[in-house]
Design a protein around this ligand. Structure first.
Ligand code: SF4
Length: 507
């Protein structure tokens, strides 16, 4: 089977089972996937100043003024100038008491501060036509001094949560780089996005792409070498930043690792598993709950192009089991913990590489009446001892289905699940102790938000309603935390009751 190669303008066509040249990238990117990835990604970035002010105040006047100040100005400068101005003029009435010269001094050195001072001095009079309040409608906003389409849309979206797409230079540029639109001006981009971007993204797309455009996909020298979208982005018209030879060496060594409880490898094969592997293109893809012995797998699953496959299975057929697909050749592969009671269940598969161990684990489920809680805690304890011994030698990356939500933030209904398997005090206490002993839950390095789950019941439409649990993890030993570049949840990948989790990691 052939591999997709988007960077040279090819994609894998499922029906034709071959690579086809991409004539236009117009519809090639998966916008849902891109925006979902970036939504997680930018939580660790600096928040665009206008969003910050909106979160802090929810005051349309301050959002409007900060937006006017922010044009062609660095966020840091806008934040300081806004704060000086709001100290003297927190509302339109107070702004009316300042003359243009005072405003100029307060907002200096924002870009075009003279023009902006003129606009702001005229603002209170213009607002009087709307009862001294900032209007929410686009046409009304456009009558205000210094307010163009971009500012008006941003104020509507951020201050009033109205469906509006604010297209600034970052949104215009990045949407064209992705080939999602093919436009010459921000205004054309706004119109194109109004036609094709699902409305659920209108309010958030600006803050996501501004943060991303300032942090990674920069106007000059975008940082494609570390970009989380690099494998899938067509990079139209882009000249990536030039790297020193040392930096090149480093970036070439960033690995994409993915872990997924597939709930049956043969079942997920029928749902497009091989296309998912080729589409995501990880360096290492670790699977849990494969429920198959290798001889039960199709040749396609045993030989995915570009990967070597390694398996561990339970004695009992159709139960538990693990697989790892790897582009890198391991130095050694071992199964189990060296304890028969656990190893007969196919719960651990370890690959040793030059600079790290990849430990793929499928932790036992404590079961409904907690009849396997003691077994699970014994497995956890043995695993802790096992990875401690590895970590004494080199970096440990432990991934898999831990079958425990660690904290209340990690599931939708913590109170009603306090005594249920996967959230018992005993299981959570083990996780507390394990992390305290020198391991890091990598997802929480980058994301402190609730509502991020990796497993949803098949019942009650739980996935669509996002009633879920975060029980799949990438954990590293604390000394190796600095090697972790990102950790995300790929919640749009379907095929199992779990979704994959991903970690970018320096080799
Ligand atoms: S940084 Fe590079 S890979 Fe990432 S979105 Fe921008 S152009 Fe694409």
């Amino acid at each position: 089977m052939l591999s997709p190669d988007r960077s040279s303008g090819y994609r894998y066509d499922r029906q034709m089972s071959c690579l086809v040249r991409i004539k236009s990238f117009m519809t090639e990117i998966n916008i849902d996937r891109f925006l979902a990835i970036l939504k997680d990604e930018v939580t660790s970035y600096q928040v665009p100043v206008v969003d910050l002010i909106a979160v802090q105040t929810r005051d349309p006047f301050k959002v409007l003024v900060a937006t006017i100040l922010s044009a062609r100005t660095k966020d840091e400068t806008t934040a300081k100038a806004s704060s000086r101005l709001f100290a003297k003029a927190p509302d339109a009435a107070a702004l009316a008491t300042l003359d243009e010269e005072e405003i100029r001094k307060l907002i200096y050195p924002v870009g075009f501060f003279k023009n902006k001072a003129t606009y702001l001095a005229a603002l209170p009079a213009a607002l009087s036509a709307f009862g001294d309040k900032v209007p929410a409608e686009l046409d009304d906003l456009l009558t205000l001094p210094g307010v163009g389409r971009k500012t008006a849309n941003l104020v509507r979206a951020v201050a009033f949560q109205k469906p509006a797409i604010c297209v600034d230079t970052h949104v215009h540029r990045i949407m064209n780089i992705w080939g999602y639109v093919q436009t010459k001006t921000p205004e054309q981009t706004e119109m194109a996005l109004r036609r094709q971007l699902p409305e659920k993204y209108w309010l958030t797309v600006n803050s996501i792409l501004v943060a991303f455009g300032q942090g990674t996909c920069k106007p000059v020298g975008p940082r494609c070498d570390i970009c989380i979208l690099a494998a899938d982005c067509p990079k139209l018209g882009v000249t990536p930043r030039r790297l020193s030879s040392a930096a090149k060496k480093d970036s070439a060594k960033t690995l994409r690792l993915i872990s997924w409880n597939v709930n049956g490898l043969r079942a997920v094969e029928k749902k497009g598993f091989v296309d998912i592997v080729q589409g995501l293109g990880p360096d290492i893809f670790a699977l849990q709950e494969t429920k198959a012995h290798p001889e039960q797998l199709s040749d396609t699953l045993k030989q995915i192009d570009g990967y070597d496959a390694y398996f561990a299975q339970a004695d009992k057929k159709g139960y538990s089991g693990l697989a790892v697909y790897s582009r890198l050749k391991p130095l050694a592969v071992t199964t189990g913990l060296g304890q028969e009671e656990f190893d007969s269940e196919g719960r651990l598969l370890t690959l040793e590489f030059d600079t790290f161990y990849l430990v793929n684990g499928y932790f036992p489920n404590a079961q409904h009446s907690l009849e396997r809680l003691d077994y699970k805690l014994a497995f956890n304890k043995a695993l802790h001892t096992f990875v401690d011994a590895l970590a004494a030698r080199k970096t440990v990356v432990l991934c898999g289905d831990f079958n425990v939500a660690h904290k209340e933030i990690d599931l939708t209904n913590p109170k009603s699940n306090e005594k249920n398997p996967g959230f018992t005090p005993e299981e959570r206490a083990w996780m507390d102790g394990f992390l305290a002993a020198g391991y890091v839950d990598t997802f929480r390095i980058f994301n402190q938000e609730p509502g991020n789950y990796t497993w949803w019941s098949y019942r009650f439409n739980a996935r669509a309603r996002n009633i879920g649990w975060r029980i799949d993890y990438f954990v590293v030993d604390a000394k190796s935390k600095k090697r972790v570049k990102s950790a995300t949840i790929l919640s749009d990948i379907m095929g199992s009751d779990h979704c994959p989790v991903e970690m970018m990691f320096t080799l």
